[in-house]
Ligand binder design. Structure first.
Ligand code: ARG
Ligand code: ASP
Length: 720
């Protein structure tokens, strides 16, 4: 492919001292202080090998997988590694009782057998540019936050249009450092991504939700996909004639493994962190919001688990939902604990005291930043009840499956109510709903939803006052002697939305009568009640509070950078490509306890428990494990290593990211963090924060020896 440089505005503005481990850095800005530190820590390659516009570089082999994960290219035919949990919903969608790929795994034996996944995309960053000056053109100090945002949106649109025209790529301007900096991202979106292989859950999800977010870990959390393109090597919609993409770069894979203190870096798409918030925000999240959300999710999980334990069909149906609900549930528990252990709120308060002192010491600073912390306090006081009301609405209201399903009909009703109904749009909406109906009922078990609804509504009423809940909840108790479970049962008996045939009938020959049927349905009325509640009681007051918070946050970010001018700041994660670097190592999670930095197959055998689903191993896996002939994939001592821990600063979205050694060779696939360190999204602690990666040698062993997919190994570049 032709190399391109559109860069007009490249500015390197970082030159300061660092905090090894912490930080998610912009790949384009590594040269300078980051590169120096990386080399001091052991890196043998250069920043230019990682990100370059003049020749192929590693950034050409790292992609955003779907919307929330990362994947890396590992062959010249665009074979992709990501996590099992990142490919899970695709694996699940191809699965049924007859073809149970979740339980048994799936392996295509040739390209023809690779399975297409409509809707799945991977996105590649082509180039990045600092366009701050252009994005802020015409923005003045006198503008309100809303005017400022509008101006930036107009500027960004113009920048993107020009960029698209110049390059032929998709372009997007994204804010960094709380709207203080703006970068233009050129991207290519690939739309034909096929499933090549996935290990059975016994490997890919070994330890399940029990071990999730925890170290020591023994999960072979990987799956394999491939990018397909048109014959011109450009992204194309799915077609049987498409061919494997020929990438500019693919990662060589090291068979040497890692040792304690080895330098590693993680290259991927971290989604969201909030490292620069004031104490009020940290207290709200960890002491108020998380605890309610944890309770609400815990109730749903108990109910899912009760049914799944005795019904294999339900277990498959709810596998993906359960993983999603449980993942956030456990993360929030860990995050709140971690902040408490770190005295995170007090630490932030001390920083704020320093900040106030620093501000007051200088008249011009006083003029700019005086009163900022106090403004945070008053604004967060107003924000808190709205944030909690929003949490309840989404976790308890839409946590009822039938409610979130029926909410999808809103757009259809809205469109049909228009004076000039757009027939093509209606048709598209109806078709979309038909396919959503199909996938909803494939994985819906009504008895679960009845129990969930009863539990969530009871908790909602018990914990939110009348003014902070949607109106439908206030009608339940009004009818005397009706218990919540009576109410729920009546609701489910009456609604037509629990009946697949009835829903399908609604969507054919759509007419006025059907519109009435929908709008008069009791579940649709709940949806409307939630919608009104959200618009009037949450979004309306939030509009002003939210903009003041944005403005305060932006000014506080700028002020923190000014106050600690010798410190190198990294921007909060925002689903853009980043580099985190650190060292391989264990940690001490509690007094007198030390965790080693790697796990081995011995631990899988130790954890095996036929009674506990998460730790079941079948004979095929055991016989492979017991051969102990791990060939080139064994460590020096002959053992099979499974996972390792390191101090790279990662977050959600980094799952599936390549973990690279000092030479830039692939040594692991990142998939998680240890529980004691999950507060790293708010506050990083070098003593406790560890990312968890599956050792790439175990990945290769499973592909080669368990799946017998030696042809895939032959595609890769292995370094002995
Ligand atoms: N905790 C990891 C992440 O946030 C892995 C989640 C998937 N695994 C699971 N057992 N649910 O994505
Ligand atoms: N497991 C996460 C993910 O899916 C990674 C993390 O939160 O550390 O991206």
């Amino acid at each position: 492919m032709k190399r391109f440089i559109f860069g007009l505005f490249v500015i390197a503005f970082f030159t300061k001292s660092l905090f090894a481990g912490e930080g998610m850095w912009i790949p384009m800005l590594l040269n300078g202080a980051n590169e120096r530190e990386m080399r001091e820590m052991g890196m043998k390659i250069t920043a230019d090998d990682i990100y370059s516009l003049n020749h192929s570089s590693m950034k050409d082999a790292v992609v955003l997988f779907s919307r929330g994960c990362t994947a890396e290219i590992v062959s010249d035919q665009a074979l992709l590694f990501t996590n099992h949990h990142c490919g899970f919903s695709e694996i699940q969608k191809h699965s049924s009782l007859e073809n149970d790929y979740i339980t048994n795994g799936f392996w295509a034996t040739n390209n023809k057998e690779e399975l297409p996944n409509p809707g799945l995309t991977v996105t590649m960053l082509m180039q990045m540019e600092d366009v701050t000056d252009f994005a802020l053109m015409g923005v003045t100090k006198e503008m309100t936050e809303v005017q400022r945002k509008e101006k930036i949106a107009v500027n960004s649109k113009a920048i993107c249009e020009k960029a698209k025209e110049r390059s032929g790529f998709d372009a997007e301007v994204r804010p960094f450092f709380q709207d203080n900096k703006f970068y233009l991202l050129y991207k290519q979106v690939f739309k034909d991504i096929r499933l090549v292989g996935a290990p059975p859950s016994m490997i890919g999800k070994f330890g399940g939700d029990t071990d999730n977010w925890m170290w020591p870990r023994h999960t072979g959390d990987f799956s394999v996909f491939r990018i397909y393109v048109g014959k011109d090597n450009k992204p194309a919609d799915y077609s049987a004639d498409n061919v494997p993409f020929k990438p500019n770069y693919h990662f060589p894979i090291s068979l040497k493994g890692v040792e304690e203190n080895d330098f590693t870096f993680v290259f991927g798409y971290p989604a969201r962190t909030s490292e620069y918030l004031p104490s009020y925000a940290i207290a709200l999240t960890t002491e108020k919001s998380n605890p309610h959300r944890v309770d609400l999710r815990g109730m749903r999980l108990d109910i899912f688990n009760k049914y799944s334990a005795t019904d294999q069909k339900v277990k498959i149906q709810y596998a993906s939902k359960d993983a999603g609900v449980s993942n956030g549930w456990k993360k929030m528990i860990g995050e709140s604990k971690g902040i408490k252990r770190l005295n995170g709120v007090e630490k932030k308060q001390m920083q704020e005291d320093d900040f106030i002192r620093w501000t007051n010491a200088d008249e011009s600073r006083k003029a700019k930043y005086g009163g900022l912390i106090h403004a945070f306090e008053t604004t967060y006081t107003k924000y808190e009840p709205l944030k909690i009301a929003g949490d309840f609405m989404s976790e308890a209201g839409y946590g009822i499956e039938i409610v979130s399903f029926v909410s999808k009909f809103q757009a259809l009703i809205d469109e049909s109510a228009k004076a000039n109904v757009d027939a093509t749009k209606m048709d598209k909406l109806l078709k979309g709903l038909q396919s959503q109906t199909k996938s909803f009922f494939k994985d819906y078990h009504q008895p679960i939803d009845r129990e969930v609804a009863t539990a969530l509504i009871s908790y909602y009423i018990a914990n939110q006052s009348v003014d902070f809940r949607p109106s439908f909840l206030n009608t339940i108790n009004a009818q005397s002697k009706q218990t919540i479970s009576d109410y729920v049962n009546k609701l489910f008996d009456k609604t037509l939305f629990v009946d697949e045939a009835a829903v399908n009938a609604l969507l054919i020959d759509f007419n006025m009568k059907k519109i009435r049927k929908i709008t008069q349905d009791p579940v649709y009325q709940i949806v409307m009640s939630l919608k009104d509640f959200n618009e009037i009681q949450i979004q309306k007051p939030l509009k002003t509070i939210g903009t003041s918070l944005d403005s305060l946050q932006r000014i506080y970010m700028q002020a923190q950078m000014e106050m600690q001018s010798e410190k190198q700041f990294y921007p909060d994660a925002n689903s853009s490509l980043r580099i985190a670097y650190g060292k391989v190592g264990g940690f001490s999670p509690a007094d007198a306890v030390y965790y080693n930095y790697f796990t081995t197959l011995d631990g899988i055998i130790e954890k095996e428990n036929p009674e506990v689903f998460d730790y079941v191993l079948d004979e095929k896996i055991k016989s492979i494990y017991y051969t102990k002939d791990f060939g080139p994939y064994a460590d020096k001592d002959g053992k099979m290593r499974i996972a390792f821990a390191a101090s790279n600063h990662t977050t959600g979205g980094n799952s599936g990211s390549p973990v690279l050694n000092a030479e830039g060779q692939l040594v692991g696939i990142n998939f998680d963090r240890c529980w004691e360190g999950t507060m790293s999204d708010l506050m990083y602690d070098p003593a406790m924060c560890r990312n968890i990666s599956v050792d790439v040698r175990y990945v290769l062993f499973v592909i080669d020896n368990y799946a017998g997919a030696h042809h895939l190994i032959e595609e890769m570049t292995l370094i002995k």
